[in-house]
Write a protein that binds this ligand. Structure first.
Ligand code: PLP
Length: 304
């Protein structure tokens, strides 16, 4: 059910996202044979343009999926889509910009040789915002019991593909228990990430997050925090193996993603974490906002 206008751009054709777009023979629909990226704007500027582009290229390479547009051509299409969105929603604030690329359509069958040519679909909508209440209270998480994160030797979680069934089913299970999001473990029982966010913890003034080798998406938000934002906020940051048995020893927990930046977590299955004004999470969130503002000021050429 759609509650707001979403602008689509299918292979260059601008249309409301509520209207039909690709054919039912599209391999993205049939097999999840697709990749995607999500950018958001800060101050109307497309944030972390290069980082997301590089990850898109890595996902395309992993799926042996040729990218037919150059980075510059994609930017032109993103801008066209945003401009059309603004015609429909003139007073929109910060935007969510999604680029989905599928291998195309063709006769039914898994063989990639059956695909005609890659399709792109861009979707633009307001950047989703958590309610102030949730932001202040923090999210409630629950550990997935029936499923584990798919291992890197299968559909590697590092690839941002059109197949999110593993995460979707883990989220469903956690929501069934009344949680807002899920903590997914790998086959060794280590913490990986949440459904569409990386996870971090604070203990003794140190920030900790699972390493890429746990089998996670290399989130851009996580990367930026590890790459300097944590230090700017006065914290040491480490990638360490984390097991659920360690949750009671953690002081704080938070999620990281492009649309959320950092969001505090108040509990995982009844184990409580500090939330609020004087927390490390709040300081990190403020440092992230400063970095995002500085990026927007430094990149007027990425205004959308
Ligand atoms: N982990 C998963 C599984 C995701 O889908 C996402 C974002 O969609 C993230 C982590 C966070 O990544 P980013 O910070 O690049 O948005």
């Amino acid at each position: 059910m759609l509650t707001h206008y979403i602008q689509a751009n299918t292979n260059g054709r601008l249309h409301p996202a509520s209207e039909p777009s690709i054919t039912p023979l599209n391999r993205g629909f049939l097999y999840g044979d697709a990749i995607y990226e999500v950018w958001r704007t800060y101050g109307g500027v497309i944030f972390a343009w290069d980082e997301h582009w590089d990850r898109l290229r890595a996902s395309a390479g992993a799926l042996h999926l040729p990218l037919e547009q150059t980075k510059e051509e994609v930017l032109v299409e993103l801008r066209r889509t945003v401009a059309e969105y603004r015609v429909h929603v003139p007073d929109a604030g910060e935007l969510y910009i999604r680029l989905q690329i599928t291998r195309g359509a063709g006769a039914i069958g898994l063989d990639v040789a059956l695909a005609d040519k890659t399709n792109f679909i861009i979707l633009v909508q307001p950047c989703p915002e958590l309610s102030l209440e949730k932001l202040n209270q923090g999210l409630r998480l629950s550990v997935a019991k029936s499923l584990r994160r798919n291992p890197a030797e299968s559909l590697d979680p590092a690839w941002k593909t059109g197949n999110y069934l593993n995460n979707l089913l883990c989220l469903r299970e956690a929501k069934d228990r009344g949680a807002d999001d899920v903590v997914i473990l790998n086959r060794d029982g280590d913490v990986t990430e949440a459904s569409v966010s990386n996870i971090g913890f604070v203990r003794g003034g140190r920030l900790m997050t699972p390493p890429l080798s746990a089998g996670i998406l290399g989130g851009i938000t996580r990367k930026l925090i590890l790459g300097g934002i944590a230090k700017a906020a006065g914290f040491a940051a480490d990638e360490v193996r984390i097991r659920p048995a360690e949750f009671p020893a953690m002081e704080e927990c938070f999620l990281m993603s492009t649309t959320k930046d950092l969001v505090p977590v108040c509990e995982i299955d009844g184990i409580r974490f500090a939330v609020g004004q004087n927390t490390a999470t709040n300081r990190l969130k403020a440092a992230f906002a400063n970095a995002a503002r500085a990026y927007a000021e430094a990149h007027p050429e990425l205004a959308a």
